[in-house]
Design a protein around this ligand. Structure first.
Ligand code: NAD
Length: 336
């Protein structure tokens, strides 16, 4: 989609910049010549060393663009003073709010922590953006807000959402906060519902990254249920393109929700077969009972984001898996 001439071109503040999606989104903005201010607390959900490596990728991408393209701010999104200071002094034109406690299953063990980081953190970001006059915010939401909806594919028009995990409920709460801030202050806000992002630097708790690491070590892959549970896997570069398109489009809407998903759900069994083809390795399976909080399937209705964002997830699953496998196992080039 061609960018209109008044497309945003100023600095972008990205929370969660040291994470999986944040580091890729930062690189995508840098590649467009944008200056990026990245905020992250390097929280202990997974190893700080992985997050530092993600940051090193962003710094390398920034250095390739020229001096002073990227600034990292170590701070917690719940720290209202720190957020006011960073928004007030850097004056971003757009905030991309990705920092969160992610993960469905751990949210069942720590519901209050998830509410605190995700809901309080998001209201702190929205308020800091408002006070600094930052006109637009792109929020990371999730396909999990659809719960176990039988209305498939999942459409943004569906308002009867019934999240089935604390994590999903916090993401839905963030969307409601977006509505409130837009109503009260006119902040332009895009709620981007990501559908299972995968690719290099994927979080270590997510299925593909976990499966690749286990395969590499010759260990069995845990499969919850009979393996028919399906997910709409969406390659990270396609997700990052969708975020950029959301920034360009949100001014026309003021407040809008978009699915960023592939519309080609793959079962866990299908995923494992694809991983075997890509890696050339054979997986042993460790069957486990279904986990509470996991939805049966996710499947994005792509119509709205296709029409309004020009969003088209282009990367075929095996191509994306091959790129992720190369990042996990640099010597695996013969198969991938
Ligand atoms: N990965 C997916 O498939 C997926 C799907 C749907 C939605 N999402 C959402 O996308 C966003 C990014 O997900 P991800 O997979 O990159 O996760 P991630 O855990 O890799 O990244 C999140 C980042 O936020 C940071 N963070 C956490 N708490 C913080 C706090 N209090 N203050 C400042 N920084 C904090 C973490 O250190 C981390 O670097 C999250 O909002 C997540 O809920 C992800």
């Amino acid at each position: 989609m061609a960018a209109p001439s008044d497309a945003p071109s100023g600095p972008v503040l990205i929370t969660g910049v040291a994470g999986f999606i944040g580091s890729h989104v930062a690189e995508a903005f840098l590649a467009k010549g944008r200056r990026v201010i990245g905020v992250d607390s390097l929280d202990p959900f997974y190893a700080e060393s992985i997050k530092r490596r993600n940051l090193a990728h962003v710094e390398a991408a920034a250095n390739a663009q020229g001096p002073d393209r990227f600034e990292f701010v170590l701070a917690d999104i719940r720290d209202a003073d720190a957020m006011r200071e960073v928004f007030g002094s850097r004056r971003p034109e757009t905030a991309v709010h990705l920092a969160a406690r992610a993960g469905v299953r751990p949210s069942i063990a720590q519901p209050a922590l998830y509410a605190d980081v995700n809901v309080r953190g998001t209201s702190t970001i929205l308020e800091a953006a408002r006070l600094a006059g930052c006109p637009r915010v792109l929020l990371a939401s999730s396909s999990s807000v659809y719960g176990n909806s039988s209305r498939v594919p999942f459409s943004e028009d569906d308002t009867a959402l019934e999240p089935i995990s604390p994590y999903a409920a916090t993401k839905r709460a963030c969307e409601l906060l977006a509505h409130t801030w837009h109503h009260l202050y006119g902040t332009r806000i895009a709620c981007l519902r990501f559908f299972t992002a995968y690719g290099p630097r994927q979080r270590p708790d997510l299925a593909i990254q976990k499966f690749l690491a286990l395969l590499q070590r010759g260990e069995p892959l845990p499969v919850f249920g009979d393996g028919t549970m399906s997910r709409d896997f969406t390659y990270i570069a396609d997700i990052a393109e969708g975020v950029l398109a959301g920034e360009r489009a949100i001014d026309r809407f003021g407040l809008r929700t978009w699915n960023l998903g592939g519309h080609r759900p793959v079962s866990v069994n299908g995923l494992i077969a694809a991983i075997e083809r890509v890696t050339g390795l054979t997986a042993a399976i460790d069957r486990r009972p279904l986990q509470p909080g996991d939805v049966d399937r996710t499947c994005a209705d792509p119509a709205r984001s296709r029409e309004e964002l020009g969003f088209e997830p282009r990367t075929p699953l095996e191509e994306g898996l091959a790129a992720q496998w190369r990042a996990v196992e640099p010597h695996a080039r013969s198969h991938a």
